[in-house]
Design a binder for this molecule. Structure first.
Ligand code: TYD
Length: 135
C-alpha cells in the first residue's frame, strides 16, 4: 500500500504564503465539497469509516494530526503538519484521525456531495468488502 502525498506549490513572497487548490491542476478530481475540522479535542480519535466511492484530499492547513490509513491488508500511519502537502485518500480506505494539535485545522476536499449511504462504518464489514474488492 502506498501513501500518496500531493505537493502543493506555495506562492510566497514577503507578504506571506498562498496555496491554490484547483481541479486537475493539483487536485485529481472535480471538487464538489469542502469541509474542515477544527477545535478537535486532543484525546479524540475521529473517522472510523471508509467510503465505497468517495475520493478525498486532506490538508492540515494549521497545526498537526495523525492519519491512519488501512486498505484492509495493511495499516499506515502518517503525521500531517505541512499546509503545502495534500494526502490523497482513495475510496475503500479505512481512516482514523488522532493526536490533533490544539490549533489543528484539517481541511478536506471531496469529489462528491455528502452521502451517508457511501459510508462503511463497521470495520469487519469493511475488511470483507476490501477482500472481495481485491480478489
Ligand atoms: P463525521 O462523519 O462523524 O466526521 P468524522 O467521521 O470525519 O469524524 O461527521 C460529523 C457530522 O457532520 C455528522 O453529523 C455528519 C456531518 N457532516 C455533514 O453534514 N457533511 C459533511 O460533509 C461531513 C463530512 C459531515
Amino acid at each position: 500500500m502506498k501513501i500518496e502525498l500531493i505537493p502543493l506549490q506555495i506562492h510566497g513572497d514577503d507578504r506571506g504564503s498562498l496555496v491554490s487548490l484547483e481541479t486537475e491542476k493539483n487536485i485529481p478530481f472535480d471538487i464538489k465539497r469542502v469541509y474542515y475540522l477544527f477545535d478537535t479535542k486532543e484525546e479524540v480519535v475521529r473517522g472510523y469509516h471508509a467510503h465505497k466511492a468517495l475520493k478525498q484530499v486532506a490538508i492540515v492547513v494549521r497545526g498537526s494530526c495523525r492519519f491512519t490509513l488501512d486498505d484492509g491488508h495493511e495499516r499506515i500511519d502518517i503525521v500531517l503538519n505541512n499546509p503545502a502537502q495534500g494526502l490523497l485518500i482513495e475510496s475503500f480506505m479505512w481512516r482514523e484521525m488522532s493526536e490533533f494539535s490544539q490549533d489543528c485545522v484539517l481541511m478536506v476536499l471531496a469529489d462528491s456531495k455528502y452521502d451517508e449511504s457511501d459510508y462503511v462504518r463497521d470495520y469487519e464489514q469493511f475488511k470483507t468488502m476490501a477482500k472481495n474488492e481485491y480478489s
